[in-house]
Design a protein around this ligand. Structure first.
Ligand code: NDP
Ligand code: DGY
Length: 324
């Protein structure tokens, strides 16, 4: 039988590979400053039994064909798996691992940070100070924003791991109400967090702050577009730390520019990295972060370890720690 081997699409620290590399021959994309070009990825995956990838690698039929029928396990260094054609993997008997839980609290903290930065205008205020625009004395309406306390917060995908973790934290800010939406109602959400299940339209109409925490799938792609922005309050704020494609980015730009909604805080985009020509960059009522939801060093290390443990299990025909 041919030796099992694997390919890693990112340049990750060698220390994580000490054990697994003794068991299986491995290759890794060596360049930490440059994404692996698509053509190179198709070449390098050929003949491998395992693949460790990230959310920036598109795992589709073309890639699976290029890899060949011996490919048995794909392990992604992310909890999200919208970049992988899961149905096609299932059809070919390829197991897919991901990294839930280890990043949940990290992403929830970033979501709260982004929310506060957006509603209290932290980046604008910081910029104003540096540009000498601090009004003489103390301007009593200078850089005024809004508060979580007393607000209605609607969480799209609030029943998920990250959604719950966000809601748990938000409660300490004493919002007037928390509602959530998902494809089904979860009665424990009311018992544990006093969070009420709303259909999406009601959540959009009634919320002051909308937080997008759902996974990206066929039912959430461009879930929020022009019609949905029309339903939202003109004072409302939207935060997205899930996937950029859950929101129609052009419609978001128009809603922000025309002040149909008040502000947005984004960690994720339809295209990543966002183009420096993107019109969103011209607006002052949006806070833009470069997809750093899980970017705490200890979390990223746990994600790498979990992705490798998944890969090792897959190559050894054992159940993965977490599989899709
Ligand atoms: P979970 O699978 O635990 O949660 C996903 C949630 O999405 C569930 O509540 C699910 O509820 C909900 N959902 C799915 N479809 C819909 C729909 N049509 N309408 C409303 N809700 C829906 O995943 P996690 O909480 O662990 O992660 C969520 C996402 O966060 C990931 O998929 C990833 O895209 C993103 N993420 C972003 C990070 C960043 O760096 N910014 C870091 C980590 C994750 P139900 O199934 O009942 O519909
Ligand atoms: C994920 O895990 O899905 C993130 O987007 C990166 O941590």
């Amino acid at each position: 039988m041919a030796t099992k081997s694997f390919f890693v699409t990112k340049n990750l620290p060698e220390k994580f590979f000490k054990n697994i590399s003794k068991k299986f021959p491995m290759e890794m994309w060596p360049n930490s400053n440059e994404e692996i070009p698509r053509q190179k990825l198709l070449e390098r995956v050929s003949g491998k039994t395992g693949l460790l990838c990230t959310l920036s690698d598109r795992i589709d039929r073309q890639l699976l064909d290029a890899a060949g029928p011996q490919l048995k396990c794909i392990s992604t260094l992310s909890v999200g798996y919208d970049h992988i054609d899961i149905d096609e993997c299932k059809r070919r008997g390829i197991v897919v691992g991901n990294t839930p839980d280890v990043l949940t609290d990290t992403v929830a903290e970033l979501t709260i940070a982004l929310l506060l930065a957006t509603i209290r205008r932290l980046f604008e205020a910081n910029q104003a100070l540096r540009q000498g625009k601090w009004p003489a004395g103390w301007g009593h309406f200078f850089m005024c924003g809004s508060m979580i306390k007393g607000s209605h917060i609607g969480v799209i995908g609030g029943s998920g791991r990250i959604g719950r973790s966000v809601i748990k934290r938000l409660r300490s800010f004493e919002p007037a109400k928390i509602s959530y939406t998902s494809r089904q109602e979860y009665p424990e959400m009311f018992r544990e967090f006093n969070a009420e299940f709303y259909p999406l339209d009601r959540l959009l109409i009634e919320s002051d702050i909308i937080i997008v925490c759902c996974s990206l799938n066929d039912s959430t792609r461009r879930l929020i577009s022009t019609e949905q922005f029309k339903r939202m309050k003109s004072t409302s704020v939207i935060i997205n730390t899930s996937r950029g494609s859950c929101i129609d980015q052009q419609a978001l730009y128009e809603a922000l520019k025309s002040r149909k909604i008040a502000a947005a805080g984004l960690d994720v985009y339809e295209q990543e990295p966002i183009s420096m020509d993107d019109p969103l960059l011209s607006l002052d009522n949006v806070v833009l972060l470069p997809h750093i939801g899980s970017a705490a060093k200890s979390t990223r290390e746990q994600m790498i370890q979990m992705a490798l443990d998944n890969l090792e299990a897959g190559l050894e025909d054992r159940p993965l720690l977490a599989s899709v």
